[in-house]
Design a protein around this ligand. Sequence first.
Ligand SMILES: NC(=O)c1ccc[n+]([C@@H]2O[C@H](COP(=O)([O-])OP(=O)(O)OC[C@H]3O[C@@H](n4cnc5c(N)ncnc54)[C@H](OP(=O)(O)O)[C@@H]3O)[C@@H](O)[C@H]2O)c1
Length: 507
Amino acid sequence: MTVEAQQFTATANDLARKRSVHRALTAKIPAEKGQSAWELSHSRPHPNLGDNQVLIETSYVALNPFDWQGVAFKYGIGEEAKVMGRDGAGVIVDVGKEVKRFKQGDRVWFCANSSASGTGAFQEYSVHSASEIGHTPSHLTDEKAATLGTGLITAGVALFRTLGLSLDDLDPQRAAKQQQRARAPRAGADDAPWLLIWGGAGITGVYLIELARLLGYRVICSASPVNHEYVRSLGADVVLDRWSDPADLVKSIRKATNDNVRIAIDNVGGKTAALCHQVLRGSASWRKENDVSVDSDDDTTPGQLVPLAGSPKEITTSSSDGSDSDAVRKVDSLRISFSTTFYNHPEFSEALLDKFDKLLESESLTPARIRLVPGGLSGIERGLEDLRHGRVPGGYKLVARLSDTPDLGSLSGQAGGTKRSREEIELGNEEADGETQDDKSAEREEQTQAPSKKRTKTADASNGTVEAETVGSKRAKEEQPDDKIPPTAEANVQTTAQPPARSAIVA
Ligand SMILES: NC(=O)c1ccc[n+]([C@@H]2O[C@H](COP(=O)([O-])OP(=O)(O)OC[C@H]3O[C@@H](n4cnc5c(N)ncnc54)[C@H](OP(=O)(O)O)[C@@H]3O)[C@@H](O)[C@H]2O)c1
């Protein structure tokens, strides 16, 4: 760039900031096939502040599966560019006149409603209802606080609204004791109820494990072997190898829990939700074969399933008319809803967030591990591709630092500010075409359980375009061409396959 061009660019950047405009990542349905849905704007006006809202200057945002799903399956976006994003952390710079819970200068984290552009997370300034954000304690960095948003709020809504557990049981005093207990080796003679989490190393799984233990449940979950130690450190009692044969997994869960799991939360998709359903209904024949008896009261209460990523598919029954004579209990499948419980429901959202404030302050809750995507807002599109194609190791949340976003003039007109090969762009659209919202969990399962040709094609396309010491830098190593090879975590990046554990139960 010439000196004149540089000077012009610097002046343009200064002027933009003075005019109360800021940088934001928007998405819209592309006008033409092959175009990126994402665009980085440098001149988005600051959003208007409502009486019950706060204006937040965001320093870090975090990436969610929902962010790519909305764009790929065209829900929550339209023809007009809209600011996307759910999770972030920063500082309050202005408060509406009705706001009591917060003041200017408070550090906060949020799970944005993102129904309108002003509330989307992927921008430097956004507005949020004061009843829907949490305080960031002084010991927590914004980088870590940004990971809390959707994962922690989903876990809270699932447990305390969808399943109807009592928030009063999440007492911070009790939590401190529970946490010590969670870190201590299990005594083995516990009669606390079981809670099954399919996908324990996903971000929602991480927070579910922590909250379930703080509520006094015994947790059984599935995860890749490389994450077993991690999920155990959060409080999981029994961890199953997610790469084992599904029928073996169901049997292992029955064995570990005496066929007495009455609550299950699935974070993966319809097929694994169906496995949870199978566990919850219990099995008369398995009990007979294994000489196991369960208190009959436990069987009269229906099992409760919360399928977060798709309704149970292909539920197996033992007879052709769909009845199931082997089942010992009924199963209720419960739908989670943020709009009828959390957003615009201050009586619940404030009570939940006040509890979380206390648990975070007392360090009874540990935020998920993080990985920084390069380029701030301009790196988000790329990070979402990594999430979509199962290239992010479990228990890690991708975060972007907004100050890393390149200024005007340094982007060279690339879509979303990140250079992508034509092949990758085409692949993204090809996959989205013709799919419905319900297909999203199926796609996730296909990519995470048995990485397909699609995944290999993307891996080839993405080679050689990544930066150092970022999620992108590890991409080439993490791409596993062999469908059978489970992914590895950052500290354990390996080029060779890790052999599957002999037994599904490893702890
Ligand atoms: N309905 C709602 O309101 C709502 C709210 C939040 C999330 N969700 C949905 O729930 C899903 C999870 O979200 P998230 O943010 O928690 O995801 P995430 O952090 O991206 O989860 C990724 C992890 O899931 C694990 N996983 C994938 N397939 C698995 C399988 N077959 N068995 C066991 N574990 C498996 C993997 O763990 P390993 O590395 O151990 O293999 C992977 O690392 C997404 O589809 C999201 O859209 C829905």
